[in-house]
Write a protein that binds this ligand. Structure first.
Ligand code: NAD
Length: 473
């Protein structure tokens, strides 16, 4: 395996590098060994970060031109340092280095989009009685909390719109992947005024301190449904605004005219991207009985051909599962399905040796009620389920607490789009899946979330509407 030495990383509070009284180990999931240390922030340090963000707010919100300029500079930094930050991301997250580097480049693309996005002022009345405008005001300090699957990009989905709108921010990444966010904080010290963007690291309790802290007016959270509910409860007594981007259990439904050979590669790609650790990855596939055998086999061929290994090794397509609890959970869900009568058409077990590697797994004939269908597996195992009647498939696809996204696949794009519109979820794709873009709002129905990120709608989530009503005459 190629050698990689981790730089020393510090938190960013008020534009300065800050170490913590203690540190915690960050594991490289490809080896299972501790690969670096991250600062374990104290409560006082969180207070300092919040105070710095609050102090920086008035000047930051006052100058829109300076904000746009700083965001463009931040995006340029992401492009310039993509490989360096990408290496840290591969080390702590496990994804192959080219994908990690692309995540950083994507972060730059997202920042550029928001740097130029309009902050509208709408005149809704201008007559002899009054001049009435509706404007979007920033909220103050935003607390941002992120998960471990796309630590850098998901932080930027929050940072770019929040800062453009005139807010300041304190970010807390997942304890499994804190290092790339620490490096992000360090990089942005060059282009953002002190206090505008602070990064603190620690365990889950640091997140809980943030959501109950008196300073932030808004919590922007991405993570699991269970934690999202805790965040909402913790924000409620202070009526903090919340955006919650939570889990998904995305269905893909094939129609009877779909061509198994043509769609299998796309389905596999959207189910196994980032090793299945994507909130809106395909997590279950519904296939008409007549096509079932062919689709299972075509998916299994892709799974068998996939190259799994250390993300630093050239040519590897899929890295390890990010962390031990998640690795064990995927193994348990697969074993339980197989014990219940499912057949592993490909994969089915962990890879021997160190690290959290799991074989890309295609499960056929999964019994009703299996947890791998009803829950979010968030890993490299995909159940494929046969159906007789399209209404029944739609009822099963929609019959869950989740509602993040879904897709329908057909030889006839019109038909795919018509059926996709019947999915109860935030994004319904036809003949594609995981097609995300900065201008497209992204969010979930039901337990998959509250509010959206991206596009103007994502930006508005970091603002309050204010009516400016001037009487005339
Ligand atoms: P998680 O909920 O365990 O942790 C997410 C973050 O919350 C971490 O930073 C964690 O430290 C913090 N946290 C934990 N307890 C907290 C508390 N009580 N108060 C405040 N913060 C707390 O989620 P995870 O395992 O890191 O991420 C995987 C989940 O994230 C999956 O369910 C996935 O679907 C979801 N996800 C959703 C999206 C989306 O945009 N909808 C994107 C990526 C991931």
């Amino acid at each position: 395996m190629p050698e990689y030495t981790l730089p020393d990383l510090t938190m960013t509070i008020d534009g300065r590098p800050v170490a913590a009284p203690g540190t915690f180990g960050v594991v490289n999931p490809a080896t299972g060994e501790v690969a670096g240390q991250a600062p374990d922030a104290s409560r006082e340090q969180l207070d300092q970060a919040m105070a710095a963000a609050l102090a920086a707010y008035p000047a930051w919100r006052a100058d829109e031109g300076a904000r746009r300029k700083a965001l463009h500079a931040a995006a340029d930094l992401m492009f310039a340092r993509s490989e360096e930050i990408g290496r840290v991301l591969t080390l702590e997250q496990g994804k192959p280095l080219p994908e990690a580097t692309m995540e950083v480049v994507g972060a730059g693309v997202w920042i550029k989009y928001f740097a130029d996005l309009e902050l509208p002022r709408e005149v809704i009345q201008d007559d002899e009685r009054a001049f009435v405008e509706v404007v979007r005001r920033p909220m103050g300090v935003v607390a941002a909390i992120t998960p471990w699957n796309y630590p850098l990009l998901l932080a930027i989905w929050k940072l770019a719109p929040a800062l453009l709108a005139g807010n300041t921010m304190v970010l807390k990444p997942s304890p499994y992947t804190p290092l790339s966010s620490l490096l992000l904080g360090e990089a942005l010290r060059e282009v953002l005024p002190p206090g505008v963007f602070n990064v603190v690291t620690g365990g889950d309790e640091l997140g809980a301190w943030m959501t109950s802290h008196p300073v932030p007016r808004k919590i922007s959270f991405t993570g699991s449904v269970a934690t999202g509910k805790r965040v909402a409860a913790s924000a409620a007594p202070d009526l903090k605004r919340v955006t919650l981007e939570l889990g998904g259990n995305d269905p893909a439904i094939l129609l009877d005219d779909a061509d198994p050979a043509a769609v299998a590669g796309k389905l596999f790609g959207a189910a196994f991207q980032n090793n299945g650790q994507v909130c809106s990855a395909i997590k279950r596939v519904y296939v008409p009985e007549a096509l079932y055998g062919d689709v299972v086999e075509a998916l299994a061929e892709h799974a068998r051909a996939a190259r799994v290994g250390d993300g630093f090794t050239e040519g590897v397509q899929y890295g390890p599962v990010n962390n031990r609890p998640q690795f064990e959970r995927v193994g348990e869900l697969v074993a339980e399905a197989v014990a219940g009568g499912a057949r592993a058409a490909a994969g089915g077990k962990a890879v021997d040796g160190p690290g959290y590697f799991f074989e890309p797994t295609i499960l056929a004939d999964v019994a009703d009620g299996a947890r791998i269908v009803d829950e979010e597996q968030f890993g490299p195992a995909l159940p494929v389920i046969a159906y007789r009647d399209l209404d029944e498939a739609l009822a099963r696809a929609n019959g869950t607490h989740f509602g993040l996204s879904g897709s329908v696949w057909s030889g006839d794009p019109e038909r795919a789009a018509e059926v996709a519109a019947r999915l109860d979820c935030g994004t319904a794709w036809a003949n594609t899946h995981l097609a995300l873009a900065p201008h497209q709002p992204f969010g979930g129905f039901k337990w998959s979330g509250v509010g959206v990120e991206n596009g103007p709608w994502g930006l508005y989530g970091f603002t309050e509407l204010q009516v400016l009503h001037r009487a005339k005459g």
